[in-house]
Design a protein around this ligand. Structure first.
Ligand code: PGA
Length: 251
C-alpha cells in the first residue's frame, strides 16, 4: 500500500551521548535497508543525532511540536526549531501525550496542519483503549480520531502524512495486536481515508502499526497487506532488535 516506514520512538529515553552511541551501533546493522527508517528522538538529541547520521539515509523526527510559529509559549518547541536541528518528521497525538499531557483531537489537528504547512511530515497516532476494543467500538472510534486529526487537510496535503495505528492496550505492555487485528483496523482506517480523499490517495498513504512490535513478531505483522511499517517504542532502544524489524520491513 503506502511506502514502508519503520520509525523508532525513543520516548523519554537516551541522553544525547547515549543516543549517538546507539546510532553508531545501529547504522552498520541496517545498511542497505529496503524501507525508510526514521528515528524520533527527544528534542535535545535531535542535533547531535543528526550529526551522527551524516551520510546515512536514516531520517530524524521529533515526538511533538507546538502549533504556533513562535512566541510566549514557555516550554514549547516550534516547527522551525525542529527543522533547523535536523528533524523531517514529527509524531503527533501519541496516546501518551493524549493521556498525560491533555493532547486532544483538536490540538492534534492544529499540530498536523502546522507541521504540513511548515514542511514536517506528521506521524499522526490513533488507537483505542482495551474497553473500546472489548465493546466492539474500535473501528468507529479510530475512524473518528482520523477524521478529527485530518480536518482541513486536503487530498494533496494528505499524501504527505503518515498514520500510526497504536492500540493503547498494546503499547509497552508486551501484548501485541494479532496480525489480523492490526490488519483489519488499518484496513478500516484506509477505508476512512478513502471516504475523505478517494481510494487511490488512500492506498498511497503509509499506515504503520505500533504497540509491542519486536524482532519476533515483526515478520508476521509486516507480511499483512494493509500494514505499511511500524512505530517502535521499546525495541527501538536496542540496536539489534530495531535492525531485525527494519530487515522484516525490507523483505
Ligand atoms: P512500544 O511503543 O513498542 O514500546 O509498545 C510503541 C509506541 O508507543 O510508539
Amino acid at each position: 500500500m503506502g511506502r514502508a516506514i519503520i520509525a523508532g520512538n525513543w520516548k523519554m529515553n537516551l541522553t544525547p551521548s547515549q543516543g549517538v552511541a546507539l546510532v553508531k551501533e545501529l547504522l552498520p546493522k541496517i545498511e542497505g535497508a529496503g524501507c525508510e527508517v526514521v528515528l524520533c528522538v527527544p528534542f535535545v538529541d535531535i542535533a547531535p543525532v543528526a550529526g551522527a547520521l551524516t551520510g546515512s539515509k536514516v531520517r530524524l523526527g521529533a515526538q511533538n511540536l507546538h502549533f504556533k510559529a513562535s512566541g510566549a509559549y514557555t516550554g514549547e518547541v516550534s516547527a522551525a526549531m525542529l527543522k533547523e536541528a535536523g528533524a523531517e518528521y514529527v509524531i503527533i497525538g501519541h496516546s501518551e501525550r493524549r493521556q498525560y499531557f491533555a493532547e486532544s483531537d483538536e490540538t492534534v489537528n492544529l499540530k498536523a496542519l502546522f507541521a504540513l504547512e511548515n514542511g514536517l511530515i506528521p506521524i499522526v497516532c490513533v488507537g483505542e483503549s482495551l474497553a473500546q476494543r472489548e465493546s466492539g467500538e474500535t473501528n468507529a472510534f479510530v475512524a473518528g480520531q482520523v477524521r478529527a486529526a485530518l480536518q482541513g487537510i486536503g487530498a494533496q496535503a494528505a499524501k504527505g502524512i503518515v498514520l500510526a495505528y497504536e492500540p493503547i492496550w498494546a503499547i509497552g505492555t508486551g501484548r501485541v495486536a494479532t496480525n489480523e487485528q492490526a490488519n483489519e483496523t488499518i484496513g478500516a482506517i484506509r477505508k476512512t481515508l478513502g471516504e475523505l480523499y478517494g481510494p487511490e490517495t488512500a492506498k498511497g498513504i503509509t499506515i504503520q502499526y505500533g504497540g509491542s512490535m519486536n524482532a519476533q513478531n515483526a515478520d508476521g505483522l509486516m507480511a499483512m497487506p494493509e500494514i505499511d511499517g511500524g512505530l517502535i517504542g521499546g525495541a527501538s532502544l536496542k540496536a539489534e532488535d530495531f535492525a531485525a524489524i527494519v530487515r522484516a520491513a525490507s523483505r
